[in-house]
Write a protein that binds this ligand. Structure first.
Ligand SMILES: [Zn+2]
Length: 126
C-alpha cells in the first residue's frame, strides 16, 4: 500500500480525464479532483528536485512535488524563488522537464489547473 499511496495522484489524474469524458459527472466532482491533482503534483509527487546546483547541473535528488526541492534547504528556497520571480521562470522551466516523471508532473499540474478552471466555468454555466 505504501508504494501505491505515493502514486495516487496519477490515478486521480486518470480519473479526472475520464470524468471529463463522462457527461454525467457534475462540475463539483471535477473541481475537487482537479484541485487534488494540482496539489499532488505541486507538493507530493515523487520526482527529481531539479534545482540548479553550483556546477550548473540540475539536482537529481528525490523531492516531493514540483514546488518543493530535495532535503537541501537551499534548493527548497531556490525553487520557491524561481516560482515567484518572473526572470527566473526560464530556469524553472528547465527544471520542469528533467525526467519523464517531472515532465508528467508538470503536465499533470497544468491539466489540473486548466480542468479546475474549466470546471468552475462549467458550474457557472449550468
Ligand atoms: Zn536538490
Amino acid at each position: 500500500m505504501k508504494g501505491f499511496g505515493k502514486y495516487w495522484g496519477y490515478i486521480a489524474l486518470i480519473l479526472l480525464l475520464t470524468a471529463w469524458w463522462t457527461t454525467k459527472i457534475g462540475p463539483g466532482v471535477l473541481i475537487v479532483l482537479s484541485v487534488a491533482v494540482t496539489l499532488y503534483f505541486l507538493f507530493q509527487a515523487p520526482i527529481w528536485c531539479g534545482a540548479i546546483t553550483r556546477d550548473e547541473t540540475l539536482c537529481r535528488r528525490n523531492a516531493s512535488g514540483l514546488l518543493l526541492g530535495c532535503s537541501y534547504r537551499q534548493h527548497k528556497w531556490q525553487k520557491l524563488k524561481m516560482a515567484v520571480v518572473p526572470p527566473m521562470w526560464r530556469r524553472l522551466n528547465q527544471g520542469l522537464w528533467t525526467s519523464p516523471a517531472t515532465g508528467l508532473a508538470t503536465i499533470g499540474t497544468i491539466l489540473g489547473l486548466v480542468s479546475g478552471f474549466a470546471g468552475l466555468v462549467k458550474s457557472m454555466l449550468e
